[in-house]
Design a protein around this ligand. Structure first.
Ligand SMILES: CC(C)(COP(=O)(O)OP(=O)(O)OC[C@H]1O[C@@H](n2cnc3c(N)ncnc32)[C@H](O)[C@@H]1OP(=O)(O)O)[C@@H](O)C(=O)NCCC(=O)NCCS
Length: 198
């Protein structure tokens, strides 16, 4: 893999960029203090802006490590940071990454996270040279599975009692996309030369 780190990625409605400590207010108010957002996550809701700021300081320092992939999701329409998407586990041995994400409840249902995840998958294949991008969700949090499906990931199966989040021990539904899946998808979308058409 190429350790390209967290580089800016632009999509139609979003800018994915490095976090700054100044993002603490947006982080706290838009998602990190909301127990509905953290319901199926592994960390408790933040109780103060200070808690968000402390975490951001750690993340900002971590950008020194080119194997650290953690994007702030900035919504162009409001110019606010409204969520995060990151590599939660990197396995350099097999060029694979697991992704995690969360977003402000006020913006759920607009397809913003599938837009962010699709862009991150493209980046991880094309820039970082990965071969596999995976993600999992609590079986009771199927809306996250919809995000994975919309980003072109395939369901691989359920690992029983394999994870733990704010709801306790849970069954995990795993999804993944391989580099070759994406190449197949792109080649199926391109029109075939007339000579190759049936
Ligand atoms: C999961 C999450 C990232 C989805 O992001 P999003 O930008 O809303 O994604 P989409 O707009 O594509 O919606 C995905 C699904 O969420 C559900 N959904 C949409 N709006 C919703 C709302 N207002 N309330 C509850 N569920 C909603 C729908 O099932 C939708 O699927 P559909 O498009 O087939 O109807 C977001 O809900 C979130 O941040 N949740 C909390 C954190 C979390 O669970 N992260 C994932 C951990 S594995």
């Amino acid at each position: 893999m190429n350790k390209t780190g967290t580089q800016k990625i632009e999509t139609h409605r979003l800018i994915l960029r490095r976090f700054k400590t100044e993002d603490a207010e947006d982080m706290f108010h838009n998602w990190a203090s909301d127990p509905e957002v953290t319901r199926f996550l592994t960390w408790p809701p933040h109780e103060s802006i200070e808690a968000s700021k402390d975490l951001l300081k750690i993340w900002v320092d971590s950008y020194e490590d080119s194997g650290f992939f953690n994007w702030a999701i900035e919504y162009r329409e409001t110019e606010q940071v409204v969520g995060s998407i990151s590599v939660v586990r990197l396995n350099e041995n097999i060029d694979a990454a697991d992704i995690g994400y969360c977003m402000s409840r006020a913006l759920w249902g607009k397809g913003l996270m599938p837009e962010a995840l699709t862009a991150v998958i493209t980046y991880l294949f094309d820039a970082a040279g990965l071969n596999r991008v995976a993600a999992c969700h609590d079986v009771n949090n199927p809306k996250s599975g919809r995000v994975m499906e919309k980003a072109g990931m395939q369901k691989e199966g359920i690992l029983r009692a394999a994870g733990k989040n704010n709801q306790g021990i849970c069954d995990e539904v795993w999804y993944a996309i391989l580099r070759k899946d994406r190449e197949d998808l792109i080649s199926n979308l391109s029109p075939k030369p007339i000579s190759e058409r049936e």
